[in-house]
Structure formats: C-alpha cells, structure tokens
Ligand binder design. Structure first.
Ligand code: DP6
Length: 351
C-alpha cells in the first residue's frame, strides 16, 4: 500500500532539495546539428549524433535562495557575462514553471572548457544546469525528460545528458508544438567495443568566436542554397553512421563524420553573408590529417562553429596523431579525449 508522505516528511524533502550539484561533459557531433525548425523550443531541422568526451567537464551548483528578488549566476567565480546570465535565467524560468515554484536561485558554474571557442561549452553547461536545477527544484525527471529540458538551454546539451554516443531526434513535424517538444530528445546509441576511438582536440584559437553558432545557423538556413541538400544528405549520413558504430568500423565512422562536418561548413560558406570559421591554422591541421591518412594512419576531422579541429582516430594512434597535429599548429594546446560519462548529480547534496 502506498502512503502519502506526512507533512513533516514532505517539508524535510523540500528542505533537502534546496541545493544540488551536477557534472556534465561536452560532446562533439559526428553528425551535426545545424539549423532549427523552432527557435523558441530549440527544435532542430535534422537528427544529430555525438560522442560525449571525458575532458573539459562543467560543474554547476544550483541553490534555491528563498527571499531573493532575482537569480544570481557566477562563471568560474565571477559574475556571468550579460548574455550567459540572460540565457540561464530564461532556463530557470522554465524549470520554475514546471515545478510551479517561484523561488529564485544562486547558480555557480565552473567550466574547464574555453568558453565560446566552438568546443561546446554550452552543451556541458546546460546539461549540468538541467540536472542540477531539476534536482534543486524537486523535479523528478528521467534521462529522456532531462535531455528534453537541457535542449531548451542549448540544442547540443540534449546529447550531453548521455555518455558515450547519443542520437538527438529532431522530433515530429506537423503536429502541435507540444507534440514536437515531447518527441525531440536524445538517447544513447550502441557502438561496438571494437571501435575504441579517441578524439584529438586542437585548440587552434581559444578566443570567443565572432559569429555565434545560433546566429550562423539561422543565417545559413535562411540564405544558403546549400542548406537543404546538406540536410537531406545528413539523414543518409546518420543511417550510415549508426551502421558503422554498430560494426565498430572506425574508418567508416571517420569518413562519414568528416564529410558531414565539411558539408556543414560548405553550407555556411554559401550563406549570405558567408560565415567562415576555418582559419589558416585550421587548414594546416586539416592538411596534417590528410598526410596521416596517406601514411596509413586512420584519422578524420570534424569541426564545429569555430576554428578548432577535432581529429577522430583509434585510441592506440592518439599520441601519434596528437604529435602530428602539434607539428601543424605549433604552440597551440592539443588534448586527447575518449568517450566520457553522461551528466550526473554529485553526491553530498543529492535530494
Ligand atoms: C556546430 O547547441 O551551441 O556545434 O541550440 O543555438 O544553443 P544552440 O546551438 P548549439 O549548436 C551547436 C552546433 C554545432 C554542431 C553540433 O554540436 O551538433
């Protein structure tokens, strides 16, 4: 028989649920998300698929602040920049609406990924925020619901809820907004253990980008004649990618990821005005990867909304690939990532 919690038990639960801390890692898309069908709901035009990394985690603590008139947000110990603050407060509004509570919060985020450098800091950031805020406000959400919620902060964050590989469904078209919202979330994807991949991340330039990914994808969808063809080919790439992951075929995974990413950059180059994230240093890394392949090492590039280059290779080749990338981009940081875990609450303040 199920008994309702007594009033003191309920109160105790609410007091315990006042603060929660979550950890999440960035993810890198092998099949890209580029273009929205609904800006307010963060619904993507296409499905995408990513690998969550084991480096550059974000840790976010959300503590409810009864009596406070507004939310306060820090990034690495300093007040968050205005735009980040605005996005986080908008996200908290959504959580408050779901929880039917008005209490404001204090959000402290520690980010180890260079912000705004096309390294998906918003993915780990909003995945950690979704998990911590849901717990602090007493929402009991499963991984699918957390993914859907994280999506509303930043589309790619929906995938960082999961470890390893994840596919984010674009969701149903043609229904009501509520149906579309419900149907767009990420879920884990099977990859054979034979794959054993590494991703070598070349931080060609850690400065903030000049055109945000949000603006760039908006402009691409609105003006690029190459957008629709890429979106169509991306659906075929996704199907091929799932087969390749299942088979643990690293060369196929790499080839598909590379063509999908370079195709996405082609859509932007054809936007009006053009958006170009590749810099001369990025191209030097792309050339080094071609040379690695000619010399018999499986290595494939992917790039996001910035000049940094990520190189997919076999785990056993990661040091050799990193050395070649360092030679091509002297003095720039190079990191080796492997598949990492999904977002999770940290113990201690678990409600
Ligand atoms: C190029 O998820 O940062 O990294 O949903 O507007 O916050 P918003 O965009 P965001 O875009 C990521 C784009 C990408 C490709 C990808 O991660 O799939």
């Amino acid at each position: 028989m199920r008994t309702e919690p007594t009033a003191p038990a309920q109160e105790r639960r609410e007091q315990q649920a006042q603060a929660a801390t979550a950890l999440a890692h960035p993810n890198i898309a092998l099949i890209k998300y580029w273009g929205k069908s609904d800006e307010r709901l963060f619904l993507p035009r296409t499905d995408s698929l990513s690998m969550t990394l084991d480096i550059f985690p974000t840790t976010t603590r959300v503590a409810l602040a009864p009596g406070a008139g507004h939310d306060s947000v820090t990034f690495n110990g300093a007040p968050a920049p205005a735009e980040a603050h605005r996005r986080i407060v908008a996200f908290l509004e959504l959580v408050r609406e779901r929880a039917a509570r008005e209490v404001r919060a204090v959000v402290d985020t520690v980010n180890t990924v260079p912000t705004g450098a096309g390294l998906a800091s918003s993915a780990s950031g909003f995945a950690a925020l979704a998990v911590a805020a849901a717990a602090a406000y007493g929402l009991d959400l499963d991984a699918t619901a957390l993914s859907r919620l994280a999506r509303r902060g930043s589309g790619s964050a929906s995938r960082s809820v999961f470890g390893g590989f994840a596919v984010w469904h674009a969701g149903l078209r043609g229904g009501t907004p509520a149906q579309a919202d419900l149907s767009s979330y990420a879920e884990a994807v099977h990859a054979s253990a034979r794959l054993d991949p590494a991703l070598v991340v070349a931080v060609v330039d850690a400065g903030a980008k000049t055109v945000s990914s949000r603006e760039a994808m908006r402009r691409t969808v609105a003006t690029s004649p190459l957008y629709e063809p890429w979106a169509r080919s991306s659906a075929a790439d996704l199907a091929d990618m799932r087969t390749a992951l299942d088979a643990g075929d690293l060369d196929a995974v790499g080839e598909i990821a590379e063509r999908n990413a370079l195709g996405m950059h082609a859509t932007m180059l054809a936007a009006r005005p053009a958006v170009r994230y590749m810099s001369p240093a990025s191209l030097r890394v792309l050339d080094a990867v071609l040379q690695l392949r000619r010399d018999g090492t499986a290595a494939y590039v992917t790039m996001d909304a910035g000049p940094n280059v990520k190189v997919l290779c076999r785990s056993k080749d990661a040091d050799r690939v990193a050395a070649a990338v360092r030679d091509a981009a002297p003095g720039r940081p190079v990191h080796i990532a492997r598949p990492g875990p999904g977002a999770r609450l940290l113990p201690g303040e678990r409600p």
